[in-house]
Design a protein around this ligand. Structure first.
Ligand code: DX5
Ligand code: ZN
Length: 216
């Protein structure tokens, strides 16, 4: 099964962001995860367009942009213009999810729907044919370096079965509390894309850790 590691720059050193992006660019990471938080959908504010615009010219790798913002429809065109390749919206933040996903595709990006830990899989059932990926949040969104919620394993396995039963090739991404200790088990449960912030950036050798996450 396809494997992708998408390190989250939420845990990077913003005082030397260009150096951290250069490290990711030279590493085995296929994508770069960008966490945008608005202080309304989640109890934290991270960063937005100026940071994305600084990152975009530094790497050709796809930018995997995770919007933790209310009413994301308002900004789809701007994220496309800022160079997002994969655009993730939280299902809980979308009143007309199908319309939002259509708009993401119309703007030339891959579409991804994120579900909070308490949001059931049935929320994506009716749009599964129309999306490229489902992101299962394995912590409550808003902060890095939180502890993985163990119940997530059953949800991953059920989503994998749903995708297989329908003959789709939708990717499964997980985000939050991913470590070298749970990566292999996550792949075994059916995950394709691992997001990792703290595990990568707090390690002595971030590029080596990315390689270990990919080959766990
Ligand atoms: C959490 C963010 C995550 C975060 C993951 O709300 O969506 O992408 O950066 O951080 P770690 O890997 O440190 O749990
Ligand atoms: Zn994220």
């Amino acid at each position: 099964m396809k494997r992708i590691v998408s390190p989250s720059i939420l845990a990077a050193d913003f005082g030397q962001l260009a150096a951290d992006i250069a490290m990711l660019d030279a590493s085995a990471a296929q994508w770069i995860h960008i966490d945008v938080m608005d202080g309304v959908f989640v109890p934290n504010i991270s960063f937005g367009f100026p940071v994305m615009e600084a990152v975009r010219p530094l790497t050709a790798k796809p930018l995997d942009v995770h919007l933790m913002i209310v009413d994301p429809d308002r900004y789809i065109a701007r994220f496309a213009a800022a160079g997002a390749n994969v655009l993730t919206v939280q299902a809980e933040a979308c009143t007309h999810l199908h319309r939002t996903l259509q708009s993401i595709h119309e703007h030339g990006m891959q579409s991804d729907v994120a579900l909070n830990p308490a949001t059931p899989l049935s929320v994506v059932e009716e749009v599964l044919d129309d999306i490229d990926m489902v992101l299962l949040m394995t912590v409550n969104p808003g902060f890095g370096a939180q502890t993985f919620i163990p119940n997530s394993f059953s949800k991953i396995e059920r989503l994998r079965r749903m995708i297989e039963n329908r003959g789709l090739d939708t990717l499964i991404q997980v985000d939050g509390g991913v470590t070298l200790d749970n990566a292999a088990e996550l792949y075994a449960a059916g995950v394709n894309v691992l997001v990792a912030g703290n595990t990568v950036f707090s390690s002595e050798n971030p590029a080596g850790t990315i390689h270990k996450l990919l080959t766990a």
